[in-house]
Design a protein around this ligand. Structure first.
Ligand code: GDP
Ligand code: MG
Length: 730
């Protein structure tokens, strides 16, 4: 039996009475529907690339129904890894039913996939989602016309508003789903497909397999495990049909599909252009885009938005709330617990326990838990940017820029996810087709300040950098600088040039007002994850750190200076002297905290809180602190992200190279900051003169180059009729 007929199912699905796969184009609302159906909290975003693996859940109202959320696909010809995940599941996981989610505001494009799903052997029910938005745009869809054309049932729903979902599920659970109608193609194609019927005889999806074989689809040919003779027949049929239609077979089939869909949509869809709301929604989106996508304004606006977000969440309200916890609540908690211990009959006997609880656990866990307000605020803002549709615009405007450093707009999606956590960000690189671009993105994404690193930024900004939120913003821009620098270095050293970065096609969705529920959910999710981490990993790390800093190698209780931790720290501390970690003689404490940060980045702060109980002030200079934060932002991420990087790159050698590269970039950038900063402090005037000279030289160089390349040219580059050579020089 061919492998396309094999049943490979996950355990929870196996026990289910009915397995329903949610399938559709990216951004059509699959995850929103999945969350409504299962009551789970998967990430939803108004941009593609958010779901890159399939997710399993149970229907809330009937636990015997399993629901599978799959990554978005435009067609059943998989190109990127996430598309392959969806394709593989549909081919081999073989669900009992597919709910094909269709974005009603984009009917024609979405129905292309519907026409392909109709050819599979699995029953299909179509959910016309985003009805609320379609209505607002004056779009009305006659589902009976669609039902006649595709032979399956169409339901109008709005997943975000939980409208029509119950009827859809009721029909699906009843189990008498209608059979479908496949498109009938031109005679040449139909004859070619029929001639391959015996080759596809072993497959369950015969018609689909015949058509795909006729197209010489590599995935299907591999899945069907063709003999040499069968492969020969496929090639002959393909050549014959190609000759008859005068076009590549797959292109011809796609064209026929589009023609047919176009006719159906013409009949089924009415757009009422007089609808005031439609014009209003479009006008607003166009007006905003004219400003935020403007050639000159796009980047300054982006910088301003991000600076504002960081300023409010770290400096303003977030800073105030965190201070309240760190300066009021934590000391109060420590005093209270100290009071309990001293009230005991023999306090000296349990001094070790007091030290463990107060100086170890409370100091360690609260050092991290205190940052929850800032983290929640930051993620609230990021959720607003994502849900509104602005994030898609940022990906769009950065695509061309990122191409210059060997990355693309899809890499940017990962980078933004990386501001939350590097692990899902690294997984999101599955949407990148070009292997070099993908590996580069995996290596560079951890440079972004994840929520854990935010705790380090915030801690040092508050305690050593005068609480100035501009420093926090500067770390964010430094991370972007490191991505650009890293990208350029990797581009120079890339041995093998592959095809150029794959074209980045991203829809720019209409601006949507973010729902309070979605924003609150993301804030809560992030805050909760952070607290759980504080209660588990950080708790354990605090206990281990306390043990290591309280005992020597002979397990005698000693002062921190004579502890095991101090002796390990003193071995590695010299490595970090050039970076300024020891500029106030506390080098080993800072060196060891960079090491413990590998467990989880928050542990850097926890370690310092435990090792420097008198407070961090006076233990490192402001410049040393800045260099220390930069090193920890850019060096290898936590173990979870390191293992994601190794497994996603496939080969351990690539994973190792990534890690070494990250350490090297972190070291060099911190070294440059500390050494140049020291020079600047010593020879301030000379430094300002030198920096000004370099800036003027750069300005002159680029001005002259601009004048030379534009001499005698009155065209805008994008409309230039003889642009190619001139463009290449810029
Ligand atoms: P997926 O990529 O298919 O998983 O799409 P998501 O579930 O992540 O949703 C994409 C965007 O569409 C998000 O901003 C959702 O809030 C939004 N969305 C989903 N369903 C609806 C709906 O019924 N109405 C409206 N107005 N927006 C929706
Ligand atoms: Mg999704």
């Amino acid at each position: 039996m061919s492998s396309c007929c094999k049943q490979k199912q996950n355990q929870p699905v196996k026990e289910a009475k009915l397995t329903v796969a949610l399938c559709g184009n990216p951004n059509c609302g699959k995850t929103t529907l999945f969350n409504v159906l299962t009551g789970s909290n998967q990430k939803v975003g108004n941009w593609p690339g958010v779901t890159v693996e399939q997710k399993l859940g149970r229907y809330k109202a009937d636990q015997s129904v399993a629901i599978v959320d799959t990554p978005g696909i435009y067609s059943l010809s998989p190109f990127t890894i996430d598309e392959q995940v969806a394709h593989h599941y549909l081919m081999e996981g073989k669900p009992d039913l597919i709910i094909n989610i269709v974005d009603s505001t984009n009917l024609e494009r979405n129905l292309f996939l519907t026409s392909q799903l109709a050819e599979l052997d699995v029953p299909v029910v179509v959910a016309l989602n985003m009805q609320d938005e379609a209505k607002a745009k004056g779009i009305s869809i006659n589902s009976q016309v669609l039902e006649r054309a595709f032979g399956c049932k169409f339901f109008s729903i709005s997943a975000a508003k939980n409208q029509g979902v119950e009827q859809l599920m009721k029909y699906c659970s009843e189990g008498n789903v209608q059979s479908k109608k496949c498109f009938v193609y031109s005679d040449e194609v139909e004859k070619g497909a029929a001639a391959l019927a015996d080759v596809a005889a072993r497959a369950e999806n015969k018609r689909w397999v015949c058509l795909k074989l006729l197209e010489k689809d590599k995935t299907i040919m591999k899945m069907c495990d063709l003999s040499q003779e069968e492969a020969q027949r496929v090639a002959e049929q393909n050549a014959q049909v190609q000759k008859a239609v005068g076009d590549i077979v797959s292109a011809r089939i796609a064209e026929e599909r589009y023609e047919r869909i176009s006719q159906i949509v013409k009949e089924a869809q009415k757009v009422d252009l007089s609808e005031v709301k439609q014009e209003k929604a479009q006008r607003v989106t166009e007006k905003i885009d004219r400003i935020v996508l403007n050639k000159w304004l796009a980047f300054p606006i982006f910088a301003l938005v991000m600076a504002l977000v960081f300023y409010v969440s770290i400096g303003g309200l977030g800073g105030f709330l965190t201070d309240l916890i760190n300066e009021q609540f934590t000391p109060w908690l420590q005093d209270t617990v100290n009071g309990w211990f001293s009230a005991s009959p023999e306090p000296q006997k349990i001094e070790w326990l007091r030290s463990l609880v107060v100086d170890g656990i409370i100091a360690g866990v609260m050092s991290v838990a205190g940052f929850v307000p800032q983290i929640m605020l930051l993620f609230g803002f990021i959720a607003v940017l994502e849900a509104s549709g602005y994030m898609s615009r940022i990906a769009f405007i950065t695509d061309r820029l990122l191409n210059k450093i060997g990355l693309g707009g899809r890499s940017f999606v990962s980078m933004i996810l990386g501001c939350g956590c590097s692990v899902p960000a690294i997984m999101a690189t599955r949407t990148i087709k070009n292997i070099n671009e993908r590996n580069a993105t995996i290596t560079l994404t951890p440079f972004m300040p994840c929520s854990a690193k935010l705790a380090i930024i915030s801690f040092f900004t508050t305690h050593l950098l005068g609480g100035n939120a501009l420093f926090a913003v500067s770390f964010y821009f430094l991370s972007i600088f490191a991505v650009i620098l890293g990208g350029l270095i990797m581009k120079v050293f890339r041995r093998r040039k592959t095809d150029a970065s794959d074209t980045f096609i991203m829809e720019l969705p209409t601006y949507r007002a973010p729902t309070v529920g979605n924003v609150a959910k993301q804030m809560w999710d992030r805050g909760k994850a952070f607290l759980i981490k504080a209660g588990t990993i950080i708790f354990t790390a605090s206990v281990i750190l306390w043990l290591l800093q309280s005992f020597n190698w002979r397990f005698e209780m000693v002062s921190t200076e004579n502890s095991m931790l101090a002796s390990i720290g003193r071995v590695i501390a010299p490595l970090f002297v050039p970076l300024g970690f020891n500029d106030m003689n506390c080098g080993w404490q800072f060196a060891i905290s960079t090491l413990t940060g590998i467990a989880a980045k928050e542990t850097v702060v926890t370690t310092l809180q435990i090792l420097l109980p008198q407070g961090i002030e006076g233990s490192i200079s402001a410049l040393g602190a800045y260099s220390f934060v930069v090193y920890n932002l850019l060096t290898i991420p936590c173990v979870a992200a390191i293992s994601a990087s190794f497994s996603e790159q496939g080969r351990w050698k690539n994973g190792l190279l990534s890690a070494l590269f990250q350490i090297a970039v972190a070291y060099v950038v911190s070294l440059a900051i500390y050494q140049l900063g020291t020079l600047a402090q010593k020879y301030t005037t000379a430094f300002i003169v030198a920096a000004s000279c370099v800036a003027i030289a750069f300005l002159l160089y680029f001005s002259v180059r601009y004048v030379v390349t534009h001499r005698g040219c009155n065209y805008e580059c994008d409309h230039c009729p003889h642009n190619s050579d001139c463009k290449k020089t810029r």
